[in-house]
Design a protein around this ligand. Sequence first.
Ligand code: FES
Length: 587
Amino acid sequence: MSTTPKTPAAAGDDTTQGDTGLRKGLTNYGDRGFSLFLRKAFIKGSGYTDSALDRPVIGIADTGSAFNPCHGNMPQLIEAVKRGIMLAGGLPMAFPTISIHESFAAPTSMYLRNLMSMDTEEMIRAQPMDAVVLIGGCDKTVPAQLMGAASAGVPAIQLVTGAMLTGSHRSERVGACTDCRRYWGKFRAGEIDAEETSQVNDQLVASVGTCSVMGTASTMACLTEAMGMSLPGAATPPAVTADRIRIAEQTGARAVAMARERLTIDCVLTPAAFENAMRVLLAIGGSTNGIVHLAAIAGRMGLDIDMQALDRMGRETPVLLDLKPSGQHYMEDFHKAGGMATLMRELRPLLRLDAMTVTGRTLGEELDAAGPGFAQDVVRTMADPIYPQGGIAVLVGNLAPGGAIIKQSAADAKLMEHEGRAVVFENSQDLVERIDSDDLDVNADDILVLKNIGPKGAPGMPEAGYIPIPRKLARAGVKDMVRISDGRMSGTAFGSVVLHVTPEAAVGGPLAYVRTGDRIRLSVSRRELSLLVSDEELEQRRAAQPVVEPSAPRGYMKLFLQTVTQADQGVDFDFLRGAKHMGKTPE
Ligand code: FES
């Protein structure tokens, strides 16, 4: 029995303290007093006192799942977040949402990202919470949570699960998933046998946590801190460290303060925040997927990501972070080197220091508070970068009227200016059936083209843009070729791979009409991607072979195919984007 005196609210009067805590978002029974009375009666079934229930309620989005080892430390993180919330005088309330792991989501995790964002948004909205701690990590989970929280509008703070530790294979340091691809490439080329492949499989993921290189999960962790959506220093502590647990406790405590300050997400996710995110994306040699996710999160705030602005930033923002796949280190090394403070201290002249963060202080104030740096070899100086320009270039041309991108920092420099013969695969199945055939007519100078892996084509824009080198060329020692598709690529991958060709083939983009034997020109210096076929010829092909867009008879697939946008709008559903757009009149 409760030892605290009955308050008017406990007796069902919800008029004295406004819409906070348990009084928020009452279930509609037609009688608000009864709704609160009933809500309290049920929650007291779990043993809560009125005193506990009068505190600010802080939701904790729990994305733990047996199918998601990247979130394997979720129980410890939730315990620490709860501790922080209670120490700060709040009431923690954990609730489950969808969890997505890259290797356990068919047909592709991206297909489910928007569903997770809807789940997150509606559960934040439906349940009474004054602020929310979002715990995610694996590639699509942090974008989904930020998209959902952006739409829900409450004070929100992100906690990432943190990177996994690196392993060791025959004295060589390894980590997912750049080394996964490297060893698989060796196996395909016949350089290692099945037994060694099995041995390295045991070492690539040495602990729970997210991929240990600058893949999409690490990229989103860094962008989240750069956007001010997580605490300073929150991006880099590995999953199994005391630092990660401490950040979790601090995140919980800060969420209570944000609830009291009413520091809502629109105070943080401003145009300045997205500008900082794009700068950092370029400086870390981040995953190309980061662009798609930023576009989706910005879209929820009614903002557009300007791809040409991104390209301009790329020309003046060097890659400073020496991490795989662009460099040599792993996330745990970045953490030991001081993490994001070290990077942003160096990048400071290019950042919007006035951007607000979840701490209630600006990014500039937080960088001042971080103090001076120290000697380390993971973050380079502006004067001595690992790559002179931003890792990502935005391409345009008659093959990609809506744009395409290439991660030049992870590509073969010799192929950045290249003209070659197209070898075309109509879809993923066609690729699987022919890529390793000894009869495939292909040479190292050719350009591999894969169609129909865009947002609608696959569907879900899978990470199939990293087209494997045809087996007969791999065996001959070919390591890289120009590859072009309307799909995505894992942030852990590397190579001369043109991605996100927009519009995609499945909706009738020019990519749909490329044929084997056509000539294609890639010029990264001129930001050009051209199909060397006349407009008249392309028009004839279009008329002879009109594209029928994919459709589905029912369910989530139907919703997806009817409403998903192209890569430049984040592959979000059109009805989830915000109502107003930066520099444009409201839609
Ligand atoms: Fe989860 Fe790489 S598979 S972060």
